[in-house]
Design a protein. Sequence first.
Length: 226
Amino acid sequence: MRRFAKLAPLYLLIVVALGAEPYDRLSHAEVARKLMDHYEKIENYQASFTIRGKGGRTMTGTAYYQSPAKLSFDFNNPAGNRIVSDGKTLWIKIARLNAVGKQDLTLKPKDDDRDIFSVAPGPGLKRLFSRYHYKFDNENQPREVDGKNCYILDLDQREKVGGFEHIVLYVDKDKFLVYKAEATDGNGDTTTITLTNIRTDVQLEGKVFQFQPDDNDQVVNNPLVE
């Protein structure tokens, strides 16, 4: 279903929200390496998110992550929407349609042992940087944007295979976390994700990552792959 396919990049983008410690005078390669190294160490994570897409459409809610691969996005706008994963199965709930996508995250391509999907932030970032050429957007690094002193990484898709062809990551220089991502697809449409109230000192309960479809929900298996 196309509605679910459009949501596929969301969990990949949200992985850029996780925190790290401050560094100074880093190269673009060092920024990327430090991000990946620190994301591997995150055990619990919580943040408020705002997603702005084509036509000014806005979605808001709270994102949660627990190591090694549990993930949850609880939307308050649109109310009732959820994206939930226990590391093996990803659920995508679209409340207004009474529709639920059930995606098996353990699927592997033919003749390849690697998983197609990864919701863990460390592997997710490694995959992101391996599939995109990246550099600073200009030589003025770090600099102030949105009232924050930050590094800005500019990523271009190595092979144009669909999805987001260009991504810009805004990395807070003092707290060393990504607080915003701008992603542009092949049609020139840009999605912006902003993360606030980021915490890595929380203790999350297992029920945050549990999901059960309602009796009147229509469940679609593996909507994110052909």
